[in-house]
Design a protein around this ligand. Structure first.
Ligand code: CP3
Length: 358
């Protein structure tokens, strides 16, 4: 199968494109009325994730409205701890919660490494169905959370602002935390390889909470395990003439702007960056590595001139190199006005043309 719009994959390979491709983190979600309707129809978020036809529909919704250059499979990073038996649930208006949480070494020892092909087959089914429905229109992104980010939810029992429990374990029983992170890395590698086998055409690893760590702890407890995953992935042949023969991987550590060199050294294909990073300061961009980012999602609340100005600022900072994938610096907020999203995407396409000579 060929890809009709391959700008996103070409940018990941640092090849020339006619304009900068764009997708948005959390592009399927509550800011879309049709998503809210679909979620109501499903009854709850987990049913939406676990029913391939509905997950496929949620994936396609933002592509019907906007001229996006990639689709991301509708699911959640917390499906892995759920498959490990922790019992994920969402209460409306609140973040994710677990029926059981991880408190000590014994809990970690008894955690299974699930076979995602079986326990998360609903994700693989959603991916193959969505590939079929997309019919090559744009590439489909698969994803997972980083081991560290998943561990924060498993040990804190849900979202956290202070990360007290996991940091306490990190400093008082590091061996226990390492055992958990190792199990997660192995499970995630199996999971991502299953997603690739089902049809995911690029992979994104969300390290949403890596930025809360000290620089030493980041390397030891987050980056190291993302590197382990990379070494276990079946990415295919990077030197093939057909870009579809290789599955590029993007690592996104929110708050990781100070560690871009270290992230680059993992051998990932692209670095995702939040809005604190000045793209012109990233060395080797568009040569050795692609860059994804990084508009502050709050800018989508401002008026059109402000959106245009800030889009241009990001494009200008990256400059006339290959290898830029436009995105927000983090997920789109649920109250974002839709007409501004539309305007933003068109603004990226329009304004980026002059940065490319393909
Ligand atoms: O990007 C996409 O469109 C694909 C779908 C996607 C979701 N979650 C759907 C979702 C992706 C890629 C994620 C990743 C995810 N999930 C991350 C990493 C990215 C990031 O935002 O940092 C994290 C940390 C989670 C965990 C999670 N899931 C939280 C903290 C929440 C609740 C927070 C909130 O916004 O309410 C979720 C629920 C969730 N995942 C929703 C969606 C659309 C909202 C659920 C709903 O419909 O009520």
């Amino acid at each position: 199968m060929t890809i009709i719009n391959d700008r996103y994959l070409r940018a990941l390979h640092c090849l020339p494109v006619d304009y900068t491709p764009i997708w948005m983190m959390r592009q399927a979600g509550r800011y879309l009325p049709e998503y809210r309707q679909l979620r109501a129809l499903a009854g709850n978020f987990m049913t939406l994730c676990q029913t391939p036809e509905l997950a496929c529909e949620a994936t396609l919704q933002p592509l019907r409205r906007f001229d996006l250059d990639a689709a991301i499979i509708f699911s959640d990073i917390l499906t892995i701890p759920d498959a490990m038996g922790l019992g994920l649930y969402f209460e409306s208006g609140e973040g994710p919660k677990f029926e059981r949480k991880i408190t000590n070494l014994n809990d970690i020892k008894s955690l299974p490494i699930p076979d995602p092909v079986e326990s998360l087959s609903y994700v693989m089914d959603a991916i193959s169905l969505t590939r079929k429905e997309l019919a090559g229109r744009v590439p489909l992104i698969g994803f997972s959370g980083s081991p560290w980010t998943l561990a924060t939810y498993m040990i804190e029992g849900g979202s956290s602002k202070t990360f007290t429990k996991i940091k306490k374990m990190l400093y008082s029983d590091p061996a226990a935390l390492h055992m958990l992170l190792d199990k997660l890395a192995k499970t995630i590698a199996l999971y991502l390889n299953a997603q690739i086998a089902a049809g995911a055409q690029s992979i994104m690893i969300f390290d949403t909470w890596g930025g809360v760590l000290s620089h030493q702890a980041y390397k030891e407890f987050s980056l190291y395990y993302m590197q382990q995953i990379l070494s276990m992935l079946h990415q295919g042949d990077k030197n093939s003439d057909n870009i579809l023969d290789y599955i590029p991987v993007t690592l996104f550590t929110k708050g990781g702007g100070l560690w871009l060199e270290e992230i680059k050294q993992t051998g990932c294909d692209a670095i995702g960056v939040d809005w604190t990073v000045n793209l012109s300061k990233i060395t080797g961009r568009g040569k050795q590595i692609a860059v994804q980012g990084n508009l502050d999602p709050s800018i989508l609340y401002a008026d059109k001139q402000v959106i245009d100005k800030n889009v241009l600022q990001v494009l200008d900072e990256f400059g006339s190199h290959n290898g830029h994938i436009f995105n927000l610096g983090h997920g789109i907020d649920q109250n974002t006005p839709i007409e501004n999203v539309q305007y933003f995407i068109d603004s990226v396409h329009q304004q980026s043309k002059r940065f490319h000579y393909a």
